[in-house]
Structures are given as structure tokens and as C-alpha cells.
Design a protein around this ligand. Structure first.
Ligand code: HEM
Length: 180
């Protein structure tokens, strides 16, 4: 597992393998559900959608927090190298696959349940597109940090940290309350 900043990390390959196994199990479960096609398939897929969204959001809230700490330590320090590993693994093993699964299952729900209609749904999709844009911005930042080229102060990453939170709050209200 990854240790805190400054400690040597062990078991990184094991963590990546466990994450890959989790993704395979998740996709396999979804495929099995489509194959079995139970009467409440919609609800099963919705449950998987919410699980994927939780994983995506957990990563999107944690990654900028790692950047705050990373931006505070000197370039080339052991802590900085540890943060690089943590950021890369979080992005590749959790955030990227969780985003893909959230989108695929979310679009299936939107098509099957609502024929892609509804003001709340269009607003939700728009905000999720924005969230995906933030995802792209954070991916780019992982690359810049990995190349020791981050020019942003910790304060910038503290502010960025709030954006996914605000988007998530509005998205959840839209999909549950469906106000319009
Ligand atoms: C990636 C694009 C997404 C699409 C196309 C999408 C679409 C949908 C649709 C159509 C439903 C079913 C609503 C219903 O049956 O009433 C749903 C459920 C849900 N979605 Fe998404 N969604 C996406 C991403 C997200 C994100 C990013 C979040 C949270 C940040 C989220 C949170 C939820 C929640 C909590 C539910 C369950 C709502 C309920 O059962 O009342 N979704 N989504």
C-alpha cells in the first residue's frame, strides 16, 4: 500500500493488480446482469452506476488534496516522488475506470429510463460534462507534477478542490429532486 509522504512505498504492484481485479469483477457483474436481464435490471444498473459514481467522486475529491500537499514539498524530495506514485495510481486505477463506467451506465439509464429527455437530465449531463472537464484538468496536472513542472501554489489546488464538490451537490439534487 502507499505510505504517507516521505515513507517508502511497498506493494504498489499488488495495489494496481487489486484495482484491475476490482474493475474486471465490476464489468463482469454488469455483463452478467445484462445477460440474465432480470425484471428489475434498471435498478441493478442504477445501483452499479451509483457505486461507480462514488468511486469517481472519491478520487476527484482526493486528487487535488494530494496536489495541495505535493505543491508544499521541494521538487526532487523523497516526499515529492511518493506523491507522484500516489497520484498516478489514483488516476489510473480508480478515477479513469470509474469515470468510464459512470458514463456508460449513466447514458444507458438516461436512454432506457427517460429516452434522453427531461430538463433535469440535460442539466445533469451538462454538469457531468463540466466535471469530466475538471477530470481532464486534473489528469494534465498529474502529468505536470510527474515532470516537476507544476507552477501552481497550494492555494490554487485548495480552490480547485471545491469545484468537484459543488458540481456533485448540484448533480445529486438534479437527479433526485428533478426540479424541472
Ligand atoms: C456520466 C454521466 C451521467 C449520466 C448520463 C447519468 C444519468 C443518470 C440517470 C438517467 C439516472 C437514473 C435516474 C432515475 O432513475 O430516477 C441516474 C441516477 C443517479 N445518478 Fe447519474 N448520471 C451520470 C453521472 C452521475 C454523477 C457524476 C453523479 C454524482 C456526482 C450521479 C449521481 C446519480 C445518483 C445519486 C443517481 C440515483 C438517483 C435516484 O435513484 O433517485 N450520476 N443517473
Amino acid at each position: 500500500m502507499n505510505g504517507p509522504a516521505g515513507q517508502t512505498t511497498h506493494g504498489g504492484t499488488g495495489a494496481a493488480r487489486r484495482a484491475a481485479v476490482a474493475v474486471v469483477i465490476f464489468v463482469g457483474l454488469a455483463a452478467l446482469l445484462f445477460w440474465l436481464a432480470p425484471r428489475d435490471l434498471y435498478l441493478w444498473i442504477k445501483a452499479l452506476h451509483v457505486i461507480a459514481v462514488i468511486a469517481w467522486m472519491a478520487g476527484m475529491l482526493y486528487l487535488p488534496r494530494l496536489f495541495v500537499y505535493h505543491a508544499e514539498v521541494p521538487v526532487g524530495s523523497p516526499q515529492s516522488e511518493t506523491f507522484k506514485v500516489m497520484e498516478r495510481r489514483l488516476l489510473r486505477a480508480i478515477i479513469n475506470p470509474a469515470m468510464v463506467v459512470s458514463w456508460v451506465l449513466g447514458l444507458w439509464l438516461a436512454w432506457t429510463g427517460f429516452g434522453l429527455t427531461g430538463g433535469w437530465l440535460h442539466a445533469k449531463i451538462l454538469l457531468v460534462l463540466l466535471l469530466s472537464g475538471v477530470h481532464g484538468y486534473l489528469s494534465r496536472a498529474v502529468r505536470l507534477f510527474a515532470e516537476d513542472r507544476n507552477a501552481r501554489l497550494p492555494r490554487h489546488w485548495r480552490i480547485v478542490n471545491e469545484v468537484p464538490t459543488l458540481l456533485m451537490i448540484v448533480i445529486v439534487i438534479l437527479v433526485i429532486v428533478k426540479p424541472f
